[in-house]
Design a protein around this ligand. Structure first.
Ligand code: CTP
Ligand code: ZN
Length: 153
């Protein structure tokens, strides 16, 4: 890539989530709980031309690594994503996301009567099945638009 084509600056330390399905960057931020209020330094590219997938989004978060739960949910909305760990400007680790068997936390159950939505210390847990995500506690399915069920609390 030439200097003229550089769209988003390199970061010194943190995580680059690359090859994100075009249009999903803001949902990636929601999964990470980033709304700017904590002063995080974040760069986003949307609909950037890419070789492997025709257009991609890219999210760069400084001084932050992702939890396994965050990566698991990310894999559902951006199955082609690569997670690059950057230290001192170098990519020191690169992983493709994998579809998980279960998703713990991050999402909330759409059933308001589910025990995971009550005032109990029980977090959400879903099995990842071909037809969607099934709540382990009440059996309710999330079949699509997973990002609409990100736990905002
Ligand atoms: N990156 C960054 N800051 C750095 C190093 C890398 O923002 N200090 C970004 C690059 O711009 C790129 C991603 O991290 O979007 C992965 O970097 P790299 O592995 O160097 O790029 P590629 O080889 O093109 O990655 P891939 O093979 O995964 O497409
Ligand atoms: Zn439930």
């Amino acid at each position: 890539m030439t200097e003229h084509e550089l769209r988003v600056s390199k970061i010194r330390n943190g995580t680059v989530i690359d090859h994100v399905t075009a249009g999903q960057a803001l949902n990636v931020l929601a999964i990470l709980g980033i709304d700017g209020s904590a002063g995080e330094s974040v760069s986003i590219g949307m609909n950037v031309p890419s070789g492997r997938i025709a257009r991609k989004d890219i999210v760069k978060v400084e001084d932050r690594e992702l939890s396994q739960s965050e990566v698991d949910v990310l894999s559902l909305i951006a199955p082609e994503a690569t997670i690059n760990i950057v230290r001192d400007y170098e990519v020191v680790e690169k992983n493709r996301v994998e579809r998980p068997d279960r998703v713990v936390g991050v999402l909330s159950c759409p059933n308001h009567n589910c025990i995971t939505n009550a005032d109990e210390p029980i977090g959400s847990e879903f099995s990842v099945l071909p037809e969607g995500l099934r709540c382990e506690y009440c059996g309710t399915f999330i079949r699509e638009a997973f990002a609409d069920h990100i736990d905002a609390s």
